[in-house]
Structure formats: structure tokens, C-alpha cells
Design a binder for this molecule. Sequence first.
Ligand SMILES: [Zn+2]
Length: 283
Amino acid sequence: MRVGRYEIASIVDAFYALDGGAMFGVVPRALWERKVEPDGRNRIRLAARCLLAVDRDARRVILVDDGIGDRWDARRADLYAIDRSGGGLDAGLARLGLARDHVTDVVLTHLQFDHAGGTTRSGPDGRPQLAFPRATHHVQRRAWQLAHAPSEKDAGSFRAKDFELLQHSNLLHLLEGDTPLFPDVEIIASEGHTEGQQLPRFHGDSTHVTFCADVIPTHAHLRPSWVMAYDALPLTTIEEKKVLMAEALEDDGILVFEHDPLMAACRLREEDGRPVFREAVEI
Ligand SMILES: [Zn+2]
């Protein structure tokens, strides 16, 4: 898909699964299971979807989030039902004629393992190495701090070891809140899910593409009150979601779902004065 100066494509690093109850917070299973069928362990299938945006004139290749990565022992791979049989980011980049060394910038929405687990990967000798060794990694300063000193509630979502190599490289760029980042790309700061989450938005002619990360992780989460139990500030998530949806409606914008295993993105329409799902969009 072309949006302004960017060619934009979705790449799924892996599929995995999390507890369905945790993914839908206070929504009863009797309601959410009509949308998503859980497996025998009450887990629902999710995607670790990344977004690639290429500006060929500027020779800029931007990757938004880098997936769940390959550094998982058998017990956790089973717990999270990690399925990388699609070939992960390497296969996705290759389909677009690209390789890891072409990536100039990695924008990490936040540092939980299903978003930034692919920052480090296992090298040929089994030791960890930076997965995108030429890319500047853009992270909100508060997200960086939280990943290194998480609260008791979300300690299980971070693996500080994923970021040691980045910390000791010159490839880390810390950001402060809302900011333009590249031509026609703005960063929208978000606090509801976790401190210092950031959502990149790509602007084109009379439209935009917003990577919704964990504010709207799947199309089932378009309902404002369907928020995850993981969220630090669920009421803030609800307000942030409404703003993203109102802006998408106004601009005929596209919302990208990082965790939806079947639908990469959608457009909205208005119903009874509120934005609601209109159609899936292939990217
Ligand atoms: Zn997530």
C-alpha cells in the first residue's frame, strides 16, 4: 500500500497466544468468545505483527516493532504457543526484496516482549546479537526506564536482557512524548496501556495510517470499553482509543492492528454519531 512517500506493508513475525480473559479485561467470556474462539487452555491466537514503511527516495526503511523474536525456551514457547512457521521477519522482509541490514530505523512502540522481543536474536554461535545492527532504535525515554524497573504488575512482560546490547550500542534514540520523527511521520504518545507507549502515524494525501499497538490490539477491541486487563490505566486507554477512532473517521484513516491474527487493518464509518468498523484493509 502506498501512503504519501511511504510504501507500507504488514509483516507478521510470529503467531502466539495469550489468555483470552486477560486480553478482554472485564468483558465476560460469554461475549468475547463470540468474536474469538479460545483454545483448550483458554488462550486466543494473536499475531506479533510489525509494520514496514519504505521511503525509497530517502533510502529509509522503517520497521515498527520487531516481533516476539526467537529467544524462547521450550517451556515458554509452549506457554505462549509461539508459531514462527511463516519464517518470521526474515521471510517477510525477503518478500519485499529487503534484508535486516536494509532497516535504517526501528520504532519500538514499547518494550514488552511481544513488541520488542526481536530486538536481539540468537547469532550463529548461539550468543545474542542485535537483530538490526544498522538501525537506530527509537524508544520513549519513559518506556525505556519502565522496562528496566517494571512494576510488580507488569514485571512478567519485560525481559531486560533483550535490551542490554542496545544499551551499550550507539543505536538507541530516546524520545520525549509527542514528536515528529521523519517526514510525514508523527509519534503519538500514549499512556493507558503502559508508560511511554508510542504510536507512529504515517500521513498521506488526505489519509493516514496509524499503528495502534496495544491501544487497539485487534479489531474486537474497537469497542471502547473492550480493554485489556494488562492495561495500567484502562480509563485512559478508552479515551485514547476514542481519539484515534475519531481522527481515523475524520481523515478516512487506516488503523493497523498489531495483534489481530486475521485482520491487519481497517477503515471506519459512522453509526449513530460514533465511529465503528467499516471494512478490513489489506496491507
Ligand atoms: Zn502487545
